[in-house]
Design a protein around this ligand. Structure first.
Ligand code: SF4
Ligand code: SF4
Length: 458
């Protein structure tokens, strides 16, 4: 089966030697095919563990022959079974859901910001996290991580504009490094920035510390400038793009966070081209304003603009297929990197620490803290929080249970759904947008695999 490649390395794939000769196998349920090139078809397997593979005609013939159950009679059929595309008739197919071993914490190191973005949820003040609070926050995160069996912590230094309190970031990095080493935990760190004020010294530190840098860029000109503005109303696009190029020149490749709204949907193709030219990773997040009051017609019109905007970005990607997969981050909170039943860790493996040491479940709810850094195990309090949105499994969401995309979409942001519908156990308000884009996303990934995949089946 030459020219056959899979989208992800799956830890759950079966050993090729482990199949009983008498066992009957059949094509996995709910699989979908997408034409990607002459005699090349991308096959999507909703239950994973490998979600997507590109098969040539002989491989596809093997797969389709198993619509009638039969033993694994060839090396090709055993490989398809190992990847999960053929399933034993004796085993109830279940998704290979991964459990996160990382406790992620948002550290709100400052409430101040030099921008006034139109969609920002932070009520800006000049308050900052002080040293005592920051150190106690790291202690609390490490405490919860060890008590709950995590293997790693991930710190997201955020605000406001996190770099406005860079002195604290340096201090917390050193302390977190010591504390995680002492407790046998791995440490991952990322700074979230608007990209307008990064000095040479900051970039040198980020590179030396092995931190990741995430910068928000919503367009190259008017699209970005309509929503990411300084206090005086002037747009920040020129300064941000200049800052990104300076970071790259200093050896720091930022990850771009692109927020798609009705104001910039037409311009995101340009920012995606900008990222691809520089080989930067990026993700597309959706933001919807006025969900509480918008009429059905307004929402449908907004959906159409979002879909058109993302499609224009897909066309750019198709022309410049990157070596690295983008499948985890192109359609809002969905991820096709591996099957999962929740879109994020809120309420499960996520802490948001505000500048005073209060702890909330999500950064969008930073003003609704439910515990603080002095709690014996803040994560336990977060997990048991009964009020407000609940981050339930996609299997509990009305409208999602039977959906073919459920283990890759996971039903969308639970907080947004709760705010719009008053319920957490229903499908996302973005469902129509997701359903329109997922098939195109998989076709795009199939094309990328065809161009770059390094792991052809034998
Ligand atoms: S939100 Fe829509 S696309 Fe996503 S899992 Fe639910 S029904 Fe499927
Ligand atoms: S609840 Fe929504 S906004 Fe909060 S972390 Fe989850 S996906 Fe993100």
């Amino acid at each position: 089966m030459d020219d056959c490649a899979c989208a992800a390395t799956a830890s759950g794939t079966a050993s090729l030697a482990s199949f009983a000769a008498s066992e009957l196998w059949r094509t996995g349920r709910e699989q979908r095919h997408f034409h990607v090139a002459d005699n090349q078809v991308a096959v999507f397997n909703p239950l994973g563990p490998v979600g997507l593979a590109v098969l040539n005609r002989p491989a596809l013939d093997v797969l389709t022959a198993y619509r009638l159950p039969q033993p694994l009679a060839s090396a090709a059929s055993r490989q398809l079974a190992g990847l999960g595309f053929l399933q034993s008739v004796d085993v109830l197919p279940l998704p290979a859901l991964a459990q996160s071993k990382t406790l992620t914490a948002w550290l709100h190191v400052t409430n101040a910001c030099n921008l006034r973005c139109t969609y920002c949820y932070v009520n800006k003040t000049d308050e900052t996290m002080d040293e005592t609070t920051g150190l106690a926050a790291v202690d609390a995160i490490v405490r919860s991580a060890t008590q709950n069996g995590f293997k790693a912590i991930k710190l997201k230094y955020a605000g406001g504009e996190a770099t406005l309190n860079f002195r604290l970031i340096r201090l917390l990095h050193d302390y977190a490094k010591d504390q995680t080493a002492a407790h046998g935990l791995n440490l991952h760190e990322v700074i979230l920035s608007n990209g307008v004020g990064m000095s040479t010294a900051m970039l040198d530190f980020i590179r030396g510390a092995g931190m990741r840098l995430m910068i928000s860029l919503d367009g190259l000109d008017a699209g970005h400038d309509a929503q990411r503005v300084f206090r005086n109303g002037h747009g920040s696009a020129r300064l941000v793009t200049r800052g990104i190029d300076r970071a790259i020149a200093q050896g720091v490749k930022p990850h771009l966070s692109i927020t798609v709204t009705r104001h910039n949907a037409e311009g995101i193709a340009a920012v995606v081209a900008f990222a691809l030219e520089r080989e930067l990773l990026f993700n597309l997040n959706f933001y919807r304003e006025n969900d509480y009051s918008a009429s059905h017609e307004e929402l449908a019109a907004e959906d159409a603009r979002l879909i058109a905007g993302v499609r224009s970005a897909f066309r750019v990607i198709e022309k410049h297929l990157p070596r690295q997969s983008l499948i985890a981050a192109l359609v809002d909170r969905s991820s096709f990197a591996g099957p999962h039943d929740r879109p994020c860790g809120a309420g499960h493996n996520y802490l948001v620490v505000d500048h005073d040491g209060g702890i909330a479940r999500c950064q969008m709810e930073i003003e609704r803290t439910v515990t603080d850094i002095m709690a014996a195990d803040p994560l336990e309090v977060i997990r048991l929080q009964p009020a407000g949105f609940q981050n339930v499994s996609v299997e509990e969401k009305e409208g999602c249970r039977e959906c073919q995309w459920r283990y890759w979409c996971a039903g969308g942001c639970p907080l947004l759904t709760y705010r719009v519908t008053g319920r957490s156990d229903v499908k996302s308000p973005y469902c129509n947008v997701y359903q329109a884009l997922f098939p195109e996303l998989l076709r795009l990934e199939g094309l990328r695999l065809l161009k770059w995949a390094q792991t052809p089946l034998q």
